[in-house]
Ligand binder design. Structure first.
Ligand SMILES: C[S@@+](CC[C@H](N)C(=O)[O-])C[C@H]1O[C@@H](n2cnc3c(N)ncnc32)[C@H](O)[C@@H]1O
Length: 199
């Protein structure tokens, strides 16, 4: 962690947020960032959209950091901070226009239930983008420098297993959800993201 609260992955969050906006074109309505930690993805989405952002995490200390960082950024978006487990989200069905979750899936105690919960709260036609990695827009040179860093940070946060490729596909299959596909950051590399389209 750098002294200003940022860390070496900081440059990738705006790139992932831009990718999400470019791919799904959701710029207003309700967005939920699950396992937000200090709020990275939600904040970067807020900077380039009019989305109302719900920052969700199991840990109150993560939400305090997210709240502090949101205040520092001077955003105009509505922001809510919700302490909750992805397996029991306090939102009604058809609540969200967009759900994002980066670097959190690997820590969920019941990943199948968590993914089903996310699907439950999506509005018809809404999108979820869940998984991990550096996103498609991260340049190769930065990708090379940061490769493996996410995994090291995960080990630091409790040694969770980073599912990718076939293992991620198997997890998705176990959810029984339709309208989902795996997404890769780099062609020819295993997928590290799950994209859900609710019909
Ligand atoms: C490695 S951090 C990722 C933070 C941020 N999304 C990022 O990309 O930097 C994982 C976060 O997921 C949260 N988390 C773990 N299990 C969770 C669960 N079951 N429900 C909600 N959040 C969870 C942790 O508290 C932690 O803040």
């Amino acid at each position: 962690m750098l002294s200003n609260g940022r860390h070496s992955l900081s440059p990738v969050y705006p790139l992932i947020a831009q990718q999400i906006v470019d791919d799904y074109q959701v710029t207003c309505g309700t967005c939920i960032d699950i396992g937000t930690g200090p709020g990275h993805i939600g904040i970067e989405l807020a900077k380039i959209t009019d989305l109302t952002i719900y920052f969700v995490d199991l840990k109150p200390e993560a939400l305090s950091k997210a709240k502090h960082r949101v205040a520092e950024c001077g955003l105009n978006n509505a922001a809510h901070f919700v302490e909750a487990d992805v397996c029991q989200l306090p939102f009604c069905e058809h609540f969200a226009d967009l759900v994002v979750s980066r670097g959190s899936l690997w820590f969920w105690h019941d990943q199948v239930k968590g993914l089903q919960e996310i699907h439950r709260i999506l509005k018809p036609g809404a999108i979820a983008f869940v998984g991990g990695g550096l996103g498609r827009y991260t340049p190769a040179s930065m990708r090379k420098r940061l490769k493996g860093l996410g995994r090291k940070m995960m080990e630091k946060h409790g040694g969770a297993k980073f599912l990718k490729g076939a293992e991620l596909g198997q997890l998705l299959g176990e959810t029984g959800l339709n309208g989902c596909r795996l997404v890769t950051d780099v062609n020819d590399q295993p997928a590290t993201w799950i994209e859900m389209h609710k019909s």
